[in-house]
Design a protein around this ligand. Structure first.
Ligand code: MG
Length: 372
């Protein structure tokens, strides 16, 4: 029996997303000027279309890159034709059997299937994931790496726009990073949240120096070093709360970190773990374990931002440490109906599915088109 929502066609589009600030810089001299995003459309037999998006943070952040997402989709798509898009567990199982690893390739397909499921059931994805908690979710702003004074000025500017949570891109020279953290902490007010994200940029000894030097500041330390083991050493020597991000690439690492008491907060990026299905599984486990979450993705435009909003808004607020609105960082809008920032907050749509309506003129001609 063929399901009415069986997959008949999978398309991919390439969209460039220039940054409003011109450039986004983080540890190791890495920077991106224009993001290369891939939008995926999943069509079903009964005429529904679900939408997903994958946008790696350049090729040097995680084992993921934009052209790799599209090459992987070309490999994966023929295996998915005929599957019921609403059966997200079966789709994930099929993707994992057809391709080992490469979670970011699978993320946009999984996202699009959740969009189909929502459209088919006339329910928003946030409802399917547990329901909207409260009226909105509070956003953090990533502060691109620059001089201490420039970063403090950025914090001040975004604070005026309504943000109260700031994630500083450090992970450079430890002495300059200490100055960056001190300069930014000075411009904050009671109740603001400050995170220093080294993005794996420090050696273990440098991280221990920075942690000791800022021990009097109310700041979280995120992913100080490349390996889990180095981060664990830093964690055991600092009195600051620790966020783990890059090393948390699946449920097994969450279990390990929970067992070791390695993190107070886990940064959950949808594409890092393979899509909304697996991200929700990790979200629910973290909530049960009492571990808070930053819920986001590697980057993206309107569709990624909508998916983040549905997962974040359906997370109990005391465990939602922060989330973010990537569509406000870029100059191109690729869909209507996505969340729009309002005084440092956003809300997940109450329309069916992800609630997005892609702008076909912005998407252009598909770079991949697989049909039965
Ligand atoms: Mg991070």
């Amino acid at each position: 029996m063929t399901a009415p929502t069986s997959i008949t066609r999978i398309r991919a589009y390439r969209v460039e997303l220039p940054l409003r600030e011109g450039r986004y810089a983080w540890s190791g001299g890495n920077a991106v000027d224009v993001f290369d995003s891939t939008v995926v459309a999943v069509d079903t037999a009964n005429g529904l279309t679900g939408w997903g998006e994958i946008c790696p943070l350049g090729p040097a952040y995680l084992p993921a890159y934009a052209a790799g997402a599209r090459a992987g989709l070309a490999e994966l798509a023929p295996h998915l034709l005929g599957l019921d898009a609403c059966a997200v567990g079966l789709v994930n199982d099929a993707m994992d059997r057809a391709m080992r690893g490469h979670p970011y390739v699978k993320s946009a397909v999984d996202m699009a299937c959740w969009d189909v499921l929502g459209r088919a059931s006339a329910l928003p994805v946030a409802t399917l994931m547990g329901g909207h908690h409260g009226p909105s979710v509070a956003l953090y702003r990533a502060i691109s790496q620059a001089t201490p004074a420039q970063m403090a000025a950025s914090v001040k500017r975004y604070r005026r726009e309504g943000y109260r949570k700031f994630q500083l891109k450090v992970g450079g020279d430890p002495d300059v990073d200490i100055d960056r953290i001190r300069a930014c902490a000075k411009v904050l007010e009671r109740g603001d949240v400050l995170v220093a994200d080294a993005n794996t940029g420090w050696t273990q000894h440098a991280a221990l120096r920075v942690a000791a030097a800022i021990a009097d500041i109310d700041v979280y330390l995120e992913q100080p070093c490349p390996s889990y083991e180095e981060c664990l050493v830093v964690r055991r020597h600092t009195n600051r709360p620790v966020v783990l991000d890059e090393v948390i690439d699946g449920l097994d690492m969450v279990v390990r970190a929970a067992h070791d008491g390695a993190a107070d907060v886990i940064n959950l990026k949808i594409s890092k773990v393979g899509g909304l299905t697996k991200a929700r599984q990790i979200r629910d486990l973290c909530v049960s374990l009492g571990i808070a979450l930053t819920i986001e993705d590697t980057w993206g435009g309107d569709i990624v931002t909508a998916a983040i909003a549905h997962l974040a808004h359906s997370t109990p607020p005391r465990f939602l440490f922060s989330t973010t609105d990537f569509n406000s960082y870029v100059t191109v809008s690729l869909a209507d109906g996505a969340p729009q920032r309002d005084r440092g907050h956003m809300q997940a749509s109450i329309a069916p599915g992800l609630g997005v309506r892609p702008k076909m003129k912005v998407l252009g001609t598909p770079v991949l088109d697989v049909r039965d």
